[in-house]
Design a binder for this molecule. Structure first.
Ligand SMILES: Nc1ncnc2c1ncn2[C@@H]1O[C@H](COP(=O)(O)OP(=O)(O)OP(=O)(O)O)[C@@H](O)[C@H]1O
Ligand SMILES: [Mg+2]
Length: 482
């Protein structure tokens, strides 16, 4: 048996993936299964070929019985009757009678594929006549088959040597002989066999050639079935393995999707909470701010030189208000109100807004536009916010100055590519993978919502946003609108 141990596909697998192994049909295609299949195939082919052997032997047996019957008839008619007339009784010790019988038998079997014809006496198990002279006079050669035939039952015996495995040797010793025994009966005038049994006729036929052919066929059937099974098994194994991989991948995708969904749900809860809190904060914040403004004016009169204290309150409430507004924007994404707008004008507006800040920080902003106006159905305010977030991030990243290139391109199928390239500090791959997550920030005064909101806006417009970044070299944000 070919036992190579079933392959354990689970070993060394990430525990998270263990749940993915639902498609385990492949385990039925292990090598021990192949062993079992091969054994089963061997048994089946052996049964089939053995059946062929039985059929072949049965045919030979039938043929021999027929032949023996024929010899019985002819010997009785052509020898027994004339000899009785001529010599008074049958006595094969008489060389005359023996020679006469031998001549007749030789004539009958001439050209037939027969090894020998032997006739036994009816009184004792002794050979009276045989085409092989050395057998004449031998005692107890007939065995049980002789006894049976003497009782009237025709029967036969096969003498084999060698098996299918003998074929493997260089000089295979394979032989098969069929010995058929029938009672030697009197023949009536009508041609029917009479009741009196005068002896036993034995026909020996060599079946070695047929037997060898059958054994070869047996071997061939087994080899061919084994090869067919092996090929079939391997092909099925490959198919099942592939199907397994595909299913595993699908399952992985489904799990990832589910995780995303869970996360989205969590965020939605969080969003509602944030929205409620932010909304509640906004109005008192407005009151604090306007009160601080009134206070500032009064301080100017009462205690001049101290108004900057009130100004701090005004500034900080303004900053808090921006943060709260951002929270609200993120938590309650708006539906875009689409209008025909020129994307490049929106970009210009955002650049102009940040110009003074850029100049202060030594950042040069350049534009490289595709043509004179790219007009699309978009929500102007939302896109303005998205572009502004990216430009602001760029300026903020280049603390010691740098260059920000804003570029637009039109694709062949009408897509628009808007890119923002800076030569700031860049970021690691790990960081780049997280920047679109809400609340991810490394700024002390940032909320980490800028890019999350930007991503939402771009996606609301059916577009996508990507980041390419290298540490020390710079960052490029690419927005693709379909
Ligand atoms: N051009 C850039 N170069 C380097 N890092 C950047 C760039 N743009 C964004 N980042 C990184 O991504 C982080 C997330 O940006 P995001 O705009 O979402 O939040 P933030 O700018 O930190 O805060 P907020 O925009 O809410 O004020 C930033 O903190 C910064 O570390
Ligand atoms: Mg930002």
């Amino acid at each position: 048996m070919i036992e190579m141990g079933s392959e354990n596909k689970d070993s060394g697998r990430h525990p998270k993936d263990a749940g993915l192994q639902s498609f385990t049909l492949v385990k039925y295609f292990s090598f021990s299964a192949l062993g079992a299949i091969l054994i089963f195939t061997m048994i089946l082919s052996w049964i089939i070929s053995n059946n062929a052997k039985v059929v072949m032997l049965k045919q030979s047996e039938d043929y021999s019985l027929l032949l023996a019957g024929n010899i019985n008839q002819q010997v009785f008619r052509r020898f027994v009757l004339p000899a009785v007339v001529r010599y008074g009784r049958i006595a094969l010790r008489n060389p005359d009678q023996f020679g006469y019988l031998d001549k007749i038998v030789s004539e009958i079997v001439q050209g037939l594929d027969i090894d020998s014809v032997t006739i036994y006496d009816s009184k004792e198990n002794i050979v009276s006549y045989s085409t092989l002279p050395e057998l004449v006079g031998k005692r107890d050669r007939g065995g049980i088959e002789y006894e049976k035939a003497l009782k009237g039952a025709a029967n036969s015996r096969f003498i084999y040597s060698g098996s299918m495995w003998s074929l493997l040797s260089s000089d295979p010793q394979i032989s098969c002989q069929l010995m058929t025994f029938i009672p030697f009966r009197q023949v009536r005038e009508s041609g029917e066999a009479g009741d009196a049994i005068m002896g036993v006729i034995e026909i020996a036929k060599d079946l070695s050639k047929d037997y060898t052919a059958i054994l070869k066929l047996q071997g061939r059937i087994m080899i061919v079935s084994a090869v067919v099974m092996l090929v079939l098994f391997l092909v099925l194994r490959v198919i099942v393995l592939r199907a397994g991989t595909i299913l595993e991948r699908r399952m992985g995708e489904r799990i990832r999707l589910k995780e995303q969904l869970d996360k989205t749900e969590q965020l939605a809860h969080l969003g509602t909470m944030v929205a409620t809190v932010s909304h509640e904060i906004k109005s008192p914040l407005g009151i604090v701010r306007s009160t601080a403004e009134i206070l500032k004016k009064r301080i100017e009169k009462v205690a001049p030189g101290n108004e900057n204290l009130a100004q701090i309150i005004v500034d900080e409430t303004a900053r808090l208000n921006t943060i709260v507004t951002e929270f609200l924007d993120f938590a309650r994404p708006q539906q875009p109100k689409l209008k025909s707008c020129d994307l490049q004008l929106i970009l210009d507006k955002a650049i102009n807004f940040t110009r003074s800040m850029a100049v202060k920080q030594g950042v040069e902003i350049e534009t490289s536009y595709a043509g004179n106006g790219i007009v699309r159905e978009v929500d102007e305010d939302m896109l303005y916010r998205a572009f502004l977030n990216i430009i602001l991030n760029g300026i903020q990243a280049m603390e010691t100055g740098g260059r920000l290139v804003v570029e637009t391109q039109e694709g062949e199928e009408g897509q628009i590519i808007v890119s923002f390239r800076d030569n700031g500090p860049g970021m690691s791959e790990e960081k780049a993978a997280q920047i679109f997550e809400p609340f991810f920030t490394d700024k002390t005064k940032g909320t980490g919502l800028g890019l999350a909101i930007t991503k939402n806006i771009v996606e609301e417009h059916g577009g996508e946003i990507r980041v390419e970044s290298r540490v020390q070299e710079g960052t490029r944000f690419v927005i693709l609108f379909p």
